[in-house]
Design a protein. Structure first.
Length: 242
């Protein structure tokens, strides 16, 4: 395994480790601001490599905020290692995530954010968006960086195989194929509407957890993904009805 770091937006960096055994890239995103924020911590085993990559951009002890989409090992496994390495850092997550997991698991008290609440980073500003059960987990949420229009999309559009750091090629068909393989998304009546609300942000870039930083038409991709999940949900309801 090797860990790379690429500037995929203005002072936004994608740190990526391709794990061959899983046939997936595992990504973190660093916002280089007055108060730097890391979205996704990576797995505990990857922490030394991810830290070394970030040190090429800024000293990791400068990190002020550490966040992630939902409570899962690749999203937050190394959280406490980051809190140890960055004495001023705080974990930040949605209110539900803090209540059900993070308040107990983080070595320092986390900062809860309400749905739609923003956090000023100094030169950058992130907004927390609750997305319960999308793609999975009651605590699920995403962050939107308002200055650059970057949506850190977490497990949405997961794609197997190696990929470039950034791409404008379609991410919808590969994500649909991956869903056929893993069935990782919770299909509920709210799945498609939640994703369509994200499309209303009209993001200039989608920072994928398992894929490239997508620089094509983010709103169109999100609407197409919502359509695919709506189709899956309708088919599941029809099959259950016999």
């Amino acid at each position: 395994m090797s860990t790379t770091i690429d500037e995929v937006g203005d002072r936004i960096y994608r740190i990526s480790t391709f794990v061959e055994a899983a046939n997936l890239p595992f990504n973190q995103y660093l916002i280089d601001a007055d108060e730097p924020l890391l979205f996704h911590t990576g797995l505990r085993a990857l922490f030394p490599d991810v830290r070394a990559a970030i040190d090429r951009v800024l000293p990791t002890d400068r990190l002020r905020w550490v966040s992630f989409g939902h409570f899962e090992a690749d999203e937050c496994g190394a959280l406490n290692q980051w809190l140890t390495s960055a004495p001023r850092a705080e974990a930040v997550h949605g209110t539900i995530g803090v209540l059900v997991s993070l308040g107990d698991q983080a070595d320092r008290p986390p900062r809860p954010l309400a749905d739609g609440e923003t956090l000023e980073l100094g030169g950058r500003r992130v907004r927390w968006i609750d997305t319960p059960q999308v793609p999975h987990g009651w605590d699920a949420g995403l962050m939107y960086e308002e200055v650059t229009g970057t949506l850190f999309a977490g497990d949405l559009f997961t794609t197997v195989g190696a990929c470039p750091a950034h791409s404008d090629q379609s991410i919808v068909e590969p994500a649909a194929a991956t869903e056929d393989l893993f069935h990782a998304t919770a299909l509920t009546p709210a799945t498609a509407p939640t994703i369509r609300r994200l499309a209303e942000l009209d993001p200039s870039m989608l920072g994928l957890m398992h894929g490239p930083a997508y620089t094509g038409d983010g709103a169109a991709a999100l609407r197409a993904l919502a359509d695919d999940y709506e189709r899956r949900f309708d088919e599941a309801v029809e099959a259950a009805a016999g």
